[in-house]
Design a binder for this molecule. Structure first.
Ligand code: HGY
Ligand code: MN
Ligand code: MN
Length: 411
């Protein structure tokens, strides 16, 4: 099969998307359902139509695109896609590669006149990053039924705006499709994504085949002390919320080191109130992010983290709530072996690996045989402005995606 990815179009699409929501530091900030997210989505919809896809949307704002006659093809589909929303000051490839890479793949298959028995579908999943609403992977959770549409509509952002009202900014026209897709309707799902770690670069292997995706627990913790004068308050009578919170952050790091086996723990969001340099902090709000490759390890690190909240000699009240928990999920041989088969037919080495990052594939795997194609991240960096991947790896990832989609659509 002679597949030729239009690499100029791919690079142009990635460069154009990187201009939407770019900050002074070069990082991308596109919060779910924001004007930036909408503009990026509208750009991709135009590109989908340009390569001959018919575009629809579903009731939570996912974009669903197929060739016109494929909407009438009732065979189980072969689905691909990713997200366009980002973390604050994130990279230009995390998400967009899997979206415009899928458009490039379907374009290449169309130009090569590759007939597919099963319909091919590209999805732009809404709200993957969870940087606006309390949870992430929103669009894929709706498609798999992991979360109901009503639960998603009721999500509230820090400004008190509901998902349902924010969705109106997307200005979707026409009747939306139902978001939920039943098990059996998708033959296979494959997501193209940057690795966001350093495994492939170190191994000098261009293609990663994801075998499982780590699970996640995020908890919001508020430490309640007493704000007071930084100069006039003796140390012995202070109720300093920040020193208590700092103790907890270090304990979380200790817990991850102690358990090991791929467990990681982070506090990435940490706010001190009232925030004056001469005021003893009265309140700290923090969010911890725990990841583990198995349910047992996720339980173990979560238990340790909760235990450190209880065990302190400081007389500081603590208020804690679970933001989200997503179980680790295995990928499927059907999709993994297809990626390996097509990588070798493209003359590319591949290796199986775990994903420490969460992806929409984790929820789609609940209803369809799924896996992911990873391409190397330079310096293993992601979720930061200098996230990058060599152009040849970007194109190779798209070529393997195109081949894999055709392989699965005709196997
Ligand atoms: O947090 C994650 O793993 C993903 O980038 N949303
Ligand atoms: Mn991400
Ligand atoms: Mn991502």
């Amino acid at each position: 099969m002679q597949i030729k990815i239009d690499s100029d179009a791919l690079m142009t699409d990635l460069a154009n998307l990187a201009k939407i929501g770019r900050g002074a530091d070069g990082g991308i900030t596109r919060r779910a359902l924001s004007a930036e997210d909408r503009d990026a989505r509208d750009y991709v919809i135009a590109r989908m139509r340009w390569v001959g896809l018919q575009v629809r949307h579903d009731e939570v704002g996912n974009v669903r695109a197929r060739r016109a006659d494929d909407w009438g093809n009732t065979n189980p589909s072969v689905m691909t896609g990713s997200h366009l929303d980002s973390v604050p000051s994130g990279g230009r490839l995390d998400g967009p590669l899997g979206v415009v890479g899928a458009v490039a793949a379907l374009d290449a298959l169309g130009r090569a006149k590759v007939a597919c028995k099963r319909p091919l579908e590209v999805v732009i999943f809404v709200g993957e990053e969870g940087s606006r609403f309390p949870r992430g992977t929103i669009g894929s959770a709706a498609i798999s039924g992991f979360r109901s549409v009503a639960e998603i509509y009721a999500l509230i952002d820090p400004e008190g705006v509901s998902f349902a009202s924010a969705l109106k900014t997307y200005a979707d026209r026409g009747q939306p499709m139902e978001a939920r897709v039943e098990t059996g309707s998708i033959y296979a799902f494959v997501e193209l994504h940057v690795e966001q770690g350093g495994v492939l670069e170190a191994a000098r292997v261009p293609i990663g085949v994801v075998t499982a995706i780590a699970g996640l627990v995020q908890r919001q913790v508020t430490f309640i002390g007493v704000a007071n004068h930084a100069g006039a308050t003796p140390m012995a009578i202070r109720k300093d919320a920040l020193t208590r919170a700092a103790e907890w952050v270090l304990a979380i790091e200790q817990a991850a080191h102690k358990i090991g086996s791929g467990v990681v723990a982070t506090v990435g969001q940490f706010e001190v109130f009232p925030g004056g340099k001469n005021i003893i902090p009265g309140r700290v709000e923090a969010i911890c992010d725990l990841r583990a490759p198995t349910k047992e390890l996720l339980d173990a690190v979560d238990k340790e983290v909760m235990a450190t909240l209880a065990a302190s000699k400081r007389d500081i009240a603590v208020d804690e709530r679970l933001l989200q928990r997503v179980e680790p999920g295995p990928m499927h041989e059907r999709a993994m072996t297809a990626i390996e088969r097509t990588s070798s037919s493209a003359g590319l080495k591949s290796q199986r690996m775990l994903s420490g990052a969460i992806h929409d594939a984790l929820h789609i795997a609940e209803i369809a045989p799924s896996s992911m194609i990873f391409v190397p991240s330079i310096g293993g960096k992601s979720h930061c402005p200098d996230e990058d991947t060599a152009p040849e790896h970007l194109v190779q990832g798209c070529e393997v995606l195109a081949r894999t989609l055709a392989d699965l659509a005709n196997s």
